[in-house]
Design a binder for this molecule. Structure first.
Ligand code: SAH
Length: 352
């Protein structure tokens, strides 16, 4: 089997190159071609010896995608990318422009198996994990396509990053490697629905990334209605793991809370949440739920969202309401991929 050369971190690449009988500095050059200059073809590596390139071509491949679709928001310049992988699976990524820099939201799996009720990514289950190179290439392809430097990456697209742990760790190492795009770990955010054992493992590795927890409820019963994972781990267990994460890394936590009208948006719920989080160094991001057509969840009223926020702030917690980016281009997680695959299915069914 050909080797996925773009998933090799710097050390593995050195080992690989040395095993091919080459000098170690070639590994550094190669790494820079792949991860800094972002080329997708061995023939573009002009300072490398021809015979080495031939060997590499025989033994390995460079992950790249077809761009199937780019949707650009007329409101704020947000772009949604639909990429086709080499096995024809389809994933989506989002490019967002902020005052403090450009941000990309990447997928970590094809689909998702966590089953959160309001989320489009999980409706058809999980197909497979993405490799490190497939996570990197989402950023690389967008960098090439926009011509802009990306300064922030959020692992908040389709998939559960802590359910694809090893590949995500390799990705974190490589995206922050000084020989690659060298994005500071402080500018990386990993969002999880709360796979407790892996939060502990991540904490022990002491990455300087921001951990974001999708909480979405202030009691276990409500959480179970929205998120099947709540049947496995209680809110208390998650918060215990969060405290440990802060002790180990010194990084302030983020809690995401998608507000669903009539389900988790009462002011009493906000008080409970405030009580739970007041002794944790954290920031809360309130997200007005983005309704998907397969479910009848509705956004909370603006007024309710404000009240929820005010109540939380009484506990001295820093709260923001997430600005909706790209509202005109099929905003929420996994919706673009889902509608693309559904259309494809219709076409195929039409054929038979
Ligand atoms: N699996 C990870 C990351 C992916 S989702 C996680 O659960 O955190 C990124 C965030 O968007 C999560 O907080 C998720 O719960 C939320 N989300 C997904 N679909 C949404 C929707 N339709 N409206 C609002 N938030 C949504």
């Amino acid at each position: 089997m050909e080797k996925d050369i773009k998933s090799m971190n710097y050390d593995s690449l050195c080992e690989y190159i040395v095993n091919l009988g080459e000098k170690k500095f070639r590994a550094k050059q190669l790494y820079q071609w792949l991860h800094e200059k972002l080329v997708t073809d061995f023939d573009m590596m002009t300072n490398m010896p021809k015979n080495l390139l031939e060997k590499l071509k025989e033994d390995s491949y460079i992950t790249k995608f077809n761009i199937l679709q780019v949707l650009e928001s007329k409101i704020d310049g947000t772009r949604k990318y639909l990429f086709e992988l080499s096995d024809h699976n389809v994933i989506e990524s989002v490019f967002m422009k902020y005052k403090h820099g450009n941000s990309v939201c990447i997928s970590t799996q094809v689909g998702c198996r966590m089953g959160c009720k309001f989320c489009a990514s999980t409706l058809d289950g999980m197909e497979r994990n993405l490799t490190a190179s497939e996570m990197l290439e989402q950023i690389y392809a967008i960098t090439r396509h926009t011509g802009e430097r990306i300064s922030n990456v959020v692992l908040m697209g389709s998939g559960e990053p802590l359910d694809n742990f090893e590949n995500v760790l390799a990705f974190l190492d490589m995206i922050s490697d000084e020989n690659g795009l060298n994005i500071s770990q402080r500018n990386l955010t990993l969002s999880t629905c709360g796979l407790v054992p892996n939060i502990y493992k991540l904490a022990d590795l002491k990455y300087q990334i921001t951990l974001a927890i999708s909480l979405h409820a202030s009691d276990d019963e409500t959480r179970k209605e929205l998120m099947p994972i709540a049947k496995r781990y209680s809110i208390d267990e998650i918060l215990e793991a969060c405290r440990y994460y802060f002790e180990q890394t010194g990084r302030r936590l983020t809690f995401e809370y998608s507000l669903v009208a009539g389900v988790n948006d009462t002011v009493d719920g906000a008080s409970k949440l405030g009580e739970l989080l007041k002794d944790i160094n954290c920031h809360i991001n309130l997200i007005p739920v983005n309704p998907i057509k397969e479910r009848d969840f509705k956004q909370s009223e603006k007024d309710n969202i404000e009240k929820f926020k005010n109540r939380l702030e009484r506990y001295g917690i820093n709260v923001t309401i997430r600005r909706e980016m790209g509202r005109d281009i099929n905003g929420a997680c996994g919706q673009l991929r889902k509608s693309y695959n559904d259309e494809l299915l219709k076409v195929k069914e039409g054929e038979t």
